[in-house]
Design a protein around this ligand. Structure first.
Ligand SMILES: [Zn+2]
Length: 495
């Protein structure tokens, strides 16, 4: 999901959140692995171009460039995230002192958040490209008779070498994320290729707390020391273009900011309006969207996106169970059909909701793509779960403006569109302590709402447990559909 945060926290809301990337999911999140037919045609072309080069070491160097680019994107994204946190901190302190926020205060924060989002969009694209190339190389290395077998057998071990070198150079955060995705590809190929020439990236996934802290410290270092590159001007350019193109979304967002300011001034003041109370029906307009800003004061819903994951969803369910609370999973249907254990299991601990088929960026899709990401996603979800979802969350929170085709389709499927107002950035930040600090600030600033976590990262499990324990000391955690019920005055069912 995207990045960032707001008007305090509000901006956050705004949302872009989860970033997942693979077409198999966005962002770095998903556990799913790529099958051959999921490899993007343009990446197959890139692979063919690389292989056409007669010099193996040159092919290998070109491969390595993808890794370098990935590290640069990571660095930019992390730096922006830290800048965002610093700005959030200033606003938080202001509100704690009872000072009023000005538009300029929140505009800066909003800009950083949006730039961060763009940096991760670039990063996702590059990551996707790199994993496609790695998949193809792995496949050819293991295919007797492939004209590329020899070259690929030579290149594949080098990928591991570059990753090792990057780690030694200090690019730990980037390596942890990248390694977990390369490992996903390995899992897929080891299942199918008996003689796979597959380097292991396991040493870099499930990192220790010390490794995470080291990665976190490097991110801090980046804030003051990262040299500006062409990437920065690219981000700046995209920021101004997208900001103009998304004026309408920003207008909607600014209205929320105003509410937010009211809330910040009187954090426990119930600013729900009558119009807001009778809304919350599946609808393409604002009535069909739930942000949590108008929930009863002091009440919070926990949400987890992008899974189910073969390992980490279980960790999240354990958290819910151990803390005696309820959460809502927004799963990608491509993962639901693959990891069916929790999707099949109705539980008092969680609700099951839909987060598109492959975590595509919906506003960029045409009719066919939207049909898959919304209608087919719902139908295939229902085949596993046994019931249709009643809640839907757009990847990155990107559903277009009110009345958009996307929102119409979601409403037609009789689902509410669920946003969030607290963005933990747990997909991007590997350090559970800083995730917790950032989240706590937003919680205390807003006083009610929907918290966005992901069930596809190890750090999210540790961080969400801390957040839940903190919430339990001062607030009430309730099932999302119960808070929707309280807000609308009548029941809302979730599977
Ligand atoms: Zn997501």
């Amino acid at each position: 999901m995207r990045i960032i945060k707001i008007s305090l926290a509000f901006a956050l809301l705004f949302t872009f959140s989860c970033q997942s990337w693979k077409k198999q999911d966005d962002v770095r999140t998903t556990a799913s692995t790529q099958s051959e037919e999921e490899i993007a045609p343009e990446n197959v072309q890139t692979f063919e171009r690389l292989m056409a080069n007669p010099d193996d070491s040159e092919k290998s160097r070109n491969f390595a460039k993808f890794l370098d680019r990935q590290k640069n994107f990571f660095d930019a994204g992390e730096q922006l995230m830290f800048e965002f946190d610093e700005k959030l901190d200033v606003l938080y302190k202001k509100t704690q002192k009872g000072e009023q926020l000005a538009d300029g205060d929140t505009d800066e924060l909003e800009k950083t958040r949006f730039q961060n989002y763009i940096a991760w969009e670039f990063s996702d694209r590059n990551l996707h490209e790199m994993l496609d190339l790695y998949s193809l190389a792995l496949k050819h290395a293991n295919t007797e008779g492939s004209p590329y077998q020899k070259s690929c057998k030579w290149i594949i071990p080098n990928v591991k070498k570059w990753v090792d070198e990057a780690w030694k150079k200090g690019d730990k955060s980037a390596v942890i994320t990248l390694a977990s995705h390369l490992n996903d590809v390995n899992v897929k190929f080891q299942a199918e290729q008996v003689n796979a020439i597959t380097p292991s990236f396991k040493a870099y996934i499930n990192p220790s707390q010390a490794m995470l802290t080291e990665a976190y410290n490097r991110s801090k270092w980046l804030v003051n020391n990262r040299p500006k590159t062409h990437l920065d001007s690219l981000i700046e350019k995209r920021w101004s273009e997208d900001f103009t193109n998304r004026q309408k979304d920003f207008e909607d967002f600014r209205i929320q900011q105003k509410d937010l300011k009211d809330t910040l001034i009187n954090p426990r003041n119930d600013f729900r309006t009558p119009q807001a109370l009778d809304v919350l029906e599946p609808s393409a307009d604002g009535k069909g969207t739930v942000t949590g800003n108008r929930f009863p004061p002091g009440k919070w819903a926990m949400t987890f996106d992008d899974g189910p994951h073969p390992t980490y969803t279980q960790g999240m369910v354990n958290n819910l169970k151990n803390n005696g609370i309820h959460g809502t999973f927004f799963w990608q249907t491509q993962n639901v059909v693959q990891y069916t254990t929790f999707p099949k299991q109705k539980s008092d601990l969680y609700s099951r909701a839909c987060h598109s088929y492959t975590h595509a960026n919906l506003p960029k899709l045409g009719a066919v793509g939207l049909d898959k990401e919304i209608n087919q996603a719902v139908n295939d979800f229902a085949k596993v779960v046994g019931e249709k979802p009643t809640l839907y969350r757009c990847p990155y929170g990107a559903c277009g403006s009110n009345g958009s085709v996307i929102r119409q389709m979601i409403a037609k499927q009789n689902m509410l569109q669920i946003s969030w107002n607290v963005d933990t950035l747990d997909w991007q930040d590997k350090n559970p302590d800083s995730i917790f600090d950032r989240t706590k600030k937003q919680i205390d600033t807003l006083g009610r709402g929907i918290i966005l976590f992901h069930d596809v990262h190890p750090q999210s499990i540790v961080a969400s447990d801390k957040v839940i324990k903190y919430l339990k000391t001062k607030y009430t955690i309730a099932p999302l559909n119960k808070l929707i019920e309280e807000s609308r005055g009548k029941p809302y069912y979730t599977p």
